[in-house]
Design a protein around this ligand. Structure first.
Ligand code: B1M
Length: 211
């Protein structure tokens, strides 16, 4: 008999096969899809987030866990009406113009998604104009920008300036992150928040929407 804990354990271990098998069994037994997400998949990812933050889990393990979780979600998603899908808000995320690094940004996207947000990952090398288009198209609650180079972090400032000129700045909360980025820099350029890693980015998103 499959139980939610087995699924949570599968996520924590990054065991995609185990997760898929057990999610499918619960679906076949008639379990509620939202309970599979909340009590199985998300419960596992919450543990992963906490361990990653403490330094007890590392990037490759977190990515495997996120992949296992997403794989489980893909089985359950067709059974849920869009309106029922637990989403605490919408986040658009991208790496800034002239920056091709995406591993950290993807990890942030996965962790934020695992925290219950609807995440639209618009990729790398995203110009201020493209960020603006994405805001108009997707109407997110939060815009996330990632930069890994000291030369590209200034693109964050330019994007915020561009959004101000386009009248879009106040339509979203803006969070930033990436290796050269700091809390002080976030304050200087007028971002709403900074986080050092993927699990604190998920916490920051929740905090900003509750504020
Ligand atoms: Co590049 N690279 N790279 N690189 N690269 C760095 C960043 C560098 C520090 C290496 C070094 O010299 N020691 C250096 C930057 C120096 C600087 O500016 N201070 C550097 C350089 C110089 C370059 C090139 C210029 C090299 C060259 O061509 N001469 C070039 C630039 C290309 C470009 O972008 N235009 C380049 C290219 C590349 C590759 C393409 C080869 C590859 C990227 C592959 C990819 O991403 N698909 C690459 C890689 C892999 C790295 C290193 C080795 C690893 C980055 C990484 O993925 N880390 C990196 C050195 C390093 O960091 N040790 C380096 C793992 C990842 C999980 O962590 O990205 O920090 P991280 O993300 C974290 C946090 O930062 C935070 O959460 C994440 C998860 O916890 N975070 C956010 C990130 N985004 C966030 C957004 C948020 C919140 C938190 O809110 C929205």
């Amino acid at each position: 008999m499959t139980c939610f804990n087995t699924i949570a354990e599968g996520v924590i271990k990054g065991n995609e096969k185990l997760v898929r098998q057990n999610v499918q069994e619960l679906i076949d037994e008639g379990s509620n899809p939202l309970e599979i997400i909340n009590q199985g998949l998300m419960a596992g990812m919450n543990v992963v987030g906490a361990r990653f933050k403490k330094g007890d889990m590392f990037v490759p393990e977190v990515m495997m866990a996120a992949r296992a979780m997403n794989s489980g979600i893909s089985l359950v998603k067709p059974l849920i009406n869009d309106g029922d899908m637990p989403s605490v808000g919408k986040v658009v995320i991208g790496t800034v113009k002239e920056d091709l690094h995406d591993i950290g940004k993807n990890l942030v996207a996965m962790m934020v998604e695992s925290a219950g947000f609807n995440v639209i990952n618009i990729g790398i090398d995203i110009s201020p104009e493209k960020f603006a288009e994405a805001i108009k198209e997707h109407k997110p609650d939060i815009l996330g920008m990632s930069a890994m180079l000291t030369t590209t972090m200034m693109q964050m400032k330019q994007t915020i300036e561009y959004l101000k000129n386009e009248g879009l700045r106040d339509k979203v909360k803006i969070i930033i992150g990436g290796a050269p980025v700091t809390q002080q820099f976030a304050e200087e350029i007028g971002a709403d928040g900074y986080s050092v890693d993927a699990s604190s980015a998920a916490e920051l998103c929740k905090k900003l929407l509750c504020a």
